[in-house]
Write a protein that binds this ligand. Structure first.
Ligand SMILES: Nc1ncnc2c1ncn2[C@@H]1O[C@H](COP(=O)(O)OP(=O)(O)OP(=O)(O)O)[C@@H](O)[C@H]1O
Ligand SMILES: [Mg+2]
Length: 308
């Protein structure tokens, strides 16, 4: 049986390029620019490529421009610039991966988009019409921008199905929702989300009995119930087994095209499997962006990871 990978130390070892790291260091992979996955066989790697390309093909063609556009965004904490003139965009239906060393500003970027943190400079556009900096957190959520936090916020004492039911309600209160009769459309939505997240067999299970990975998928499912346009996911595979990580990659890839998705993650194997475009953050700004191959071959990226 495979033990879950510890989130903190293993990631730190990866970033530092610890030679004892079982699957080879990020540094090695960044240095060679080849990033061969020792976890996946060649045929498996081809399968990921097909899935990534399928996700690209699902991009909605009716929308043009950016779903999200952060322009020259600066956030300071007591004079320290967590974001320093950050410019970053997300295309419609895109799954964008954001990587970067600890403290690069990845989570702060998500905090700005969701309205938790206000920048001192810059602008944040959602489509061409909506300046997110004029809105509060609840309003931003109502525009279809949802965020998955690392710690799942599912209700352990409710079943998987009830958790999804509850998520339908959004801002509405708990008890009226639980006792309300579901419409056929609502039931169909819940069934669809159960299928997407691979939790059909667990629909009656109490959320508290789920494995770590299943809880994370339920949390993603709860966000999907709100039919988000833009989904922000911070370190989704921390603490997951390789099998759970793989399933999460499939899940997130299946969302691309239907939703725009921003994924922040330290697990480079995971990022490689899902990313069509990667942005590397360092000291609050984008250091490099492009395909995984491009960024891993970039000398500036190699230097940042070597120096970490
Ligand atoms: N509320 C805060 N007050 C003071 N400093 C903060 C605050 N939030 C973030 N920072 C600092 O801003 C910098 C960026 O933090 P952030 O959490 O965005 O990094 P990150 O890229 O998400 O890192 P990690 O990969 O470790 O999650 C860090 O130096 C952090 O200590
Ligand atoms: Mg973070």
């Amino acid at each position: 049986m495979t033990e879950p990978r510890a989130a903190g130390p293993a990631d730190a070892a990866e970033i530092r390029g610890d030679p004892s790291s079982a699957e080879g260091s990020v540094t090695d992979r960044v240095r060679t620019g080849k990033a061969p996955s020792r976890r996946d066989s060649p045929s498996k790697r081809d399968a990921w490529r097909e899935k990534r390309e399928a996700a690209l093909r699902r991009k909605p063609s009716v929308l043009s421009g950016n779903v999200l556009y952060l322009r020259n965004v600066t956030v300071s904490f007591d004079g320290f610039k967590a974001l320093d003139d950050l410019t970053l965009h997300v295309d419609p239906g895109e799954l964008l991966c954001v990587i970067g060393p600890n403290g690069a500003g990845k989570t702060t970027m998500m905090d700005v988009v969701t309205g938790k943190t206000r920048p001192e400079h810059g602008s944040v556009w959602y489509g061409t019409e909506t300046n997110l900096l004029t809105l509060g957190e609840p309003e931003i959520a109502q525009f279809g921008i949802c965020r998955k936090f690392q710690k799942p916020t599912v209700f352990d004492f409710l079943s998987v199905y009830e958790n999804l039911e509850l998520a339908l309600a959004g801002e509405k209160s708990f008890w009226p929702t639980v006792f309300a009769r579901l419409s056929g459309r609502d039931r169909a939505r819940i069934d669809h989300v159960l299928e997407t997240t691979g939790l059909e067999a667990k629909r009656r299970a109490r959320a508290g009995t789920l494995a770590h990975g299943q809880k994370q998928w339920l949390e993603i499912g709860m966000l999907l119930m709100q039919e988000p346009k833009l989904l922000l996911v911070d370190e989704p595979v921390a603490g997951m087994t390789p099998q759970e990580t793989e399933r999460t990659a499939e899940l997130l890839l299946s969302l691309a095209g239907r939703h725009s998705v921003v994924v922040v993650e330290h697990d480079m194997e995971f990022v490689r499997s899902i990313a069509n475009r990667v942005a590397v953050l360092h000291e609050g700004r984008v250091l490099a962006e492009g395909s995984m191959d491009d960024v891993q071959a970039d000398p500036r990226v190699i230097e940042v990871y070597l120096g970490a």
